[in-house]
Ligand binder design. Structure first.
Ligand SMILES: [Zn+2]
Length: 252
């Protein structure tokens, strides 16, 4: 029952508050390429809920039109792949094959990033399509100018010249077909992520939310609209702005 799941989340947040702690929370949304009605709605939601967002943008000629839209919102931009085309045979997905040399991958990353580079909101963080990391990609990212990489499910960790910061609560399930996981399951996953950090006294280990604005259906929008202001108002969590993510050099 959603009411019970909301109550249990509130109880977990109150436990953090009682301990004088606030769990760092961050939010990533993937697959933007242009301004759409869904993206406008997402940006409005981020502004209204005062929920900072890292928007991962697939490099494309239309990407530049996104920047005026987010000008007044607490939103940073990350490069999401080079073209988001799958180079592997299904059901596997990856932007790069593991056999491709890191130096070539670095060149591709840098070349593709040209449509984003130079905009003030773009941060040196790479969001891996399908959350898929490989050794050659990890080796290539610092050479292409990236300081951080984001995938799914893990703790913050360091690679040579690179920090990895993941998301943990995906509003969608992807197999057998993409669909909203539902309010109860999303709240349960979020509560468990918070609880695990509290029990481990991992106060600075962030929890990441993951959305895909182009796929959100009415129920998922309603859920986000209810969740984000609730989190913003809770002393037991503190939003981590995209520019404050671990591994990024503070901007002056
Ligand atoms: Zn993607």
């Amino acid at each position: 029952m959603p009411e019970r799941a909301w109550r249990r989340l509130d109880q977990e947040l109150l436990r953090w508050e009682a301990l004088g702690r606030a769990c760092p929370l961050w939010w990533r949304d993937d697959d933007a390429t242009e301004v759409t009605l869904q993206l406008e709605r997402l940006v409005a939601l981020s502004r209204a809920a005062q929920a900072p967002l890292l928007l991962s943008v697939i490099p494309s000629p239309t990407a530049a039109e996104i920047f005026p839209l987010i000008a007044e919102a607490p939103i940073g931009v990350a490069q999401h792949g080079v073209d988001h085309h799958n180079r592997l045979r299904l059901p596997r997905h990856a932007q790069f094959k593991a056999s491709e040399p890191a130096s070539w991958v670095a060149g591709e990353l840098f070349r593709a990033g040209a449509s984003l580079r130079g905009h003030r909101r773009v941060l040196p963080i790479y969001v891996a399509p399908w959350n898929r990391l490989s050794a050659n990609l990890v080796a290539a990212l610092p050479a292409a100018g990236f300081e951080a990489v984001s995938a799914f499910g893990g703790p913050v960790r360091a690679y040579p010249g690179l920090v990895r910061i993941d998301t943990h609560v995906d509003l969608f399930r992807w197999a057998p077909a993409p669909a909203f996981r539902g309010v109860v399951l999303c709240l349960h996953t979020l509560r468990l992520a918070l609880r695990r950090r509290r029990l481990a006294r991992a106060w600075s280990e962030p929890v990441g939310l993951l959305t895909h604005h182009l796929r959100l259906e009415a129920e998922a929008w309603d859920f986000l609209q209810a969740l984000l202001p609730r989190l913003s108002a809770a002393p037991g969590v503190s939003w981590l702005g995209p520019e404050d993510l671990p591994g990024l050099t503070p901007q002056t």
